[in-house]
Design a binder for this molecule. Structure first.
Ligand code: BJW
Length: 247
């Protein structure tokens, strides 16, 4: 698709840019989006009802195994050209902030550094009772494994429905959004709060909002520029237009 030259000019001259990413950014890495039909063994489960503390309490083994399956999928995936284009933006824009809802760690693996993780990361676990974060653990005979400190159950270190986001992460994200000139919402369905309110916060603070997504979302109406298509194609194209000589 034709990238609007006006947008290219705005990106090239921008000093403060904030980007919100969602599961669509990892779709071209082979990681299913959150609301995409799950495959194989997990096809009959609704992700929205597994990603809750209530589901974990009712059936900790089932929820742990779902996350173990996803962790394995992510471990086998690699960042795609969209992730790498965002690394280039971090190098080119004086104040660049990447806010992600993704829990897959692919932005970090691509080489992005200034990242705010709103919903945690599935490569870490934490104690269900005491919230102590555990970076590595043995997959024991017991599923879920036990906390090495108190013996309680481990759970993934992600934010489930009904739980608060890490307050420092949310605060830092709002701060970046309120101070950016250009705000990108990329690969997110824009229905999960409070992340879904960041585009309107950006607009209220005077930023130009850009959406990159193959589908319409509730935030489309806020966007001055809409790039309809996959981020793994459109982001590299946008970056190449803005900085044709960048390696
Ligand atoms: C492509 C593409 C390609 C495809 N290129 N794009 C206000 C009103 C109503 C409800 C609430 C409210 N405030 C809070 C709530 C409750 C709730 C909520 O928002 N519910 C909604 C369902 C309505 N929010 C919460 O509970 C949050 N906590 C909270 O607010 O605490 C305070 C509070 C508590 C209780 C009551 C009230 C207040 C916590 C939210 C935590 C979300 N956690 C999850 C799970 C993480 C762990 C895991 O992965 O298992 O985070 S849910 C899931 O959704 C995951 C994602 O990060 C998140 C967003 O999904 P995302 O990334 O947008 O993915 P998809 O699949 O939805 O969309 C993919 C998009 O990609 C699509 O648009 C495609 O078109 C596109 N795409 N291919 C670019 N190649």
């Amino acid at each position: 698709m034709e990238i609007p030259p006006e947008l290219v000019g705005k990106l090239r001259s921008a000093r403060r840019v904030a980007v919100l990413t969602g599961a669509g950014v990892s779709a071209e890495s082979g990681v299913p989006t959150f609301r995409q039909a799950q495959s194989g063994l997990w096809a009959r489960y609704d992700p929205q009802s597994l990603a809750t503390a209530t589901a974990f309490k009712a059936n900790p083994r089932l929820v742990w195994e779902w996350y173990a399956w996803r962790r394995n999928l992510v471990a086998q995936a690699a960042p795609n050209p969209g992730h790498y284009a965002l690394v280039v933006l971090e190098h080119r824009i004086p104040e660049f902030c990447l806010i992600t809802q993704n829990v897959d760690g692919l932005h970090q693996r691509a080489g992005s550094h200034n990242i705010i993780e709103l919903h945690g990361n599935i490569q870490r676990s934490k104690c269900f009772d005491e919230h102590t974060v555990i970076e590595s653990w043995e997959e024991q005979t017991d599923i879920p494994p036990h906390c090495p400190h108190c013996g309680g159950m481990l759970r993934p270190d992600v934010v489930w429905f009904g739980e608060n986001l890490p307050p420092e992460a949310l605060e830092a994200a709002r701060e970046a959004v309120e101070h950016c000139e250009l705000f990108f919402t990329i690969g997110t369905s824009g229905i999960v709060e409070p992340a879904a309110s960041l585009p309107s916060l950006a607009l209220q603070a005077g930023a130009v909002v850009v959406e990159i997504n193959p589908q319409t979302t509730p935030q489309t109406r806020l966007a001055s520029y809409i790039l309809r298509g996959p981020s793994g194609v459109l982001l590299p194209e946008l970056v190449a237009r803005a900085w044709p000589n960048f390696p």
